[in-house]
Design a protein around this ligand. Structure first.
Ligand code: IFM
Length: 493
């Protein structure tokens, strides 16, 4: 399919990727005994209870209540009602043999306006969650920010403003003081690419802006927030946790060798804008050059890069599918199949000459191509680029159009397509392990069906089905399959 592939190269030389992928449908593969199997969720996607116990409004409350912003005008007001069903959900995790649970803390539950003293009821909820995990033998993996910025901070400029990064450092200190005796792994940000480019560039995500300069300012302030948060946590925690960040790194393939510059531009914006400062202490020169007409990056102040460049115990990697690009000829209608909801703006500031081509299927319900070889390719490229950096797959999974069937009176979801997706990506992860990648674990996205951002409740990613009328949970076949994997560390046959 592609003549050139690359991810994460620091220069403009495309790396050779994995070609001619096998079908990856293995069984019986054994993962190392200390390899961790977990599941992931995010606060706004599952909690509901948006007006309870002192929680302040977030940008996603505002955005989801903006008519037309979300499929079916859905919102997270109730979501999976996890806030009220915490014990039931913890028991569910235990029955699924999860070794770790990756959740996010809603900043506006802790600081309703993003500043000021902690809201004790908010802290109490997460304290109960953390204790409930530990008492069930499940490792708590806490993400500080999975997109629910307090609306009051957005009103002061949001991630386009430096003050938001500074406020984030203070928020990290508060939660570090509260939970810094119990969290196993701290993750600062989930997918800052989405926060910056979908939030301020394309407008598909909250706060729904379409301003390339704000998007690039947001990139830097999110990076700075990451560094400030790790510094703050290190200053207050009392156990010996691991520190991480989760990035949705892009596997970018060129349609032909002529597409190398398109690959390079998307790699710079999508990957190296984050890995550069976080893991190398510098923004890539080509990123600065590509975006020079938008900004001179003078918002990067002396000392910022040293703050951002923090040693990480583990780098979280989210992977779903690949991208195929080329340089647009400027004449034919420009293809825009980058996998994100098209609401008018571009999530790729400065890359107006790049087009994203439709890729061969099969596809998930999101329209994303299923390509397990891309995961192997990504892990190998990270190993080559950052040999000393341990990795963790912090999200991987698929939305499919599940249905409930009744055998006798017993409801079931036979989601064979999801089991196949998971099997193939775990085979890819195992192949990377065999090639020496320091991969520590895998988190399936997601524990249960939930609010899929701009797509509302129309896309089901869960291994557990949620009935949105009754809020009942029903483990799908994939949940039973995953539970077997998590209890044996062996890919079921
Ligand atoms: O649901 C999201 C999640 O919040 C972030 N990563 C991708 C998932 C699927 O789109």
């Amino acid at each position: 399919m592609s003549d050139s592939t690359t991810t994460l190269s620091t220069d403009s030389t495309p790396a050779v990727g994995v070609q001619g992928s096998p079908d990856y449908r293995d069984g019986g593969l054994e993962f190392p005994a200390d390899f961790v199997f977990g599941s992931a969720t995010a606060s706004y996607q599952i909690e509901g209870a948006v007006h309870e116990d002192g929680r302040g409004p977030s940008i996603w409350d505002t955005f989801s209540h903006t008519p037309g912003a979300i499929w079916n005008d859905d919102n997270g007001d109730v979501a999976d009602d996890h806030y009220h069903r915490l014990d039931e959900d913890l028991d569910l995790m235990k029955t699924l043999n999860l070794q770790a649970y990756r959740f996010s803390i809603a900043w506006p539950r802790i600081q309703p306006t993003g500043r000021g003293p902690a809201n004790q009821a908010g802290l109490a909820f997460y304290s109960r969650l953390i204790d409930g995990l530990i008492s069930r033998g499940i490792r708590p993996v806490a993400t500080l920010y999975h997109w629910d910025l307090p609306q009051a901070l957005e009103d002061e400029g949001g991630w386009a403003a430096r003050s938001t990064a500074e406020a984030f450092g203070e928020y990290a200190r508060i939660v570090g003081e509260a939970f810094g005796d119990r969290i196993h792994t701290w993750t600062t940000l989930n997918e800052p690419w989405c926060s910056a480019y979908l939030g301020y560039g394309s407008g598909a995500h909250a706060p729904g802006m379409t301003d390339p300069l704000k998007a690039l300012r947001a990139v830097h302030h999110l990076n700075l927030a990451h560094g400030l948060a790790i510094q703050a946590l290190r200053g207050v925690v009392t156990n010996d946790p691991e520190y991480s960040v989760t990035l949705n790194l892009h596997v970018v393939r060129g349609e032909s060798a002529d597409a190398a510059d398109a690959v390079r531009q998307i790699d710079a914006l999508g990957n190296r804008a984050f890995t550069g400062p976080m893991l190398k202490g510098a923004y890539p020169a080509d990123l600065l050059a590509d975006t020079a007409e938008i900004t001179d990056w003078s918002f990067v102040l002396d000392g910022d890069l040293a703050i951002i460049h923090q040693p990480l115990d583990v780098l979280g990697v989210n992977y779903y599918s690949t991208n195929l690009v080329r340089i647009w000829d400027g004449v034919s209608p420009r293809q825009n199949a980058d996998g994100h909801k098209d609401v008018g703006g571009s999530p790729w500031p400065g890359a107006s000459r790049v087009e994203f081509l439709v890729q061969p299927g099969p596809y998930t319900e999101m329209g994303w191509n299923i390509e397990p070889a891309g995961l192997e390719e990504l892990l190998l490229s990270l190993r080559d680029e950052f040999p000393a950096q341990p990795l963790m797959i912090t999200e991987n999974g698929a939305a499919f159009d599940d249905s409930v069937s009744l055998a006798g009176d017993v409801p079931a979801v036979h989601d064979a397509d999801r089991v196949d997706y998971l099997r193939r990506h775990l085979t890819a992860a195992h192949r990377a392990l065999e090639q020496g990648v320091d991969l520590r674990g895998y988190f399936v996205w997601s524990l249960m069906d939930n609010f899929e951002w701009g797509y509302g409740y129309s896309k089901r990613f869960g291994i557990v089905r949620v009935d949105y009328d009754t809020l009942e949970r029903l483990p799908k076949d994939s949940a039973h399959w995953y539970a077997q994997l998590a209890s044996t560390n062996r890919l079921p046959a």
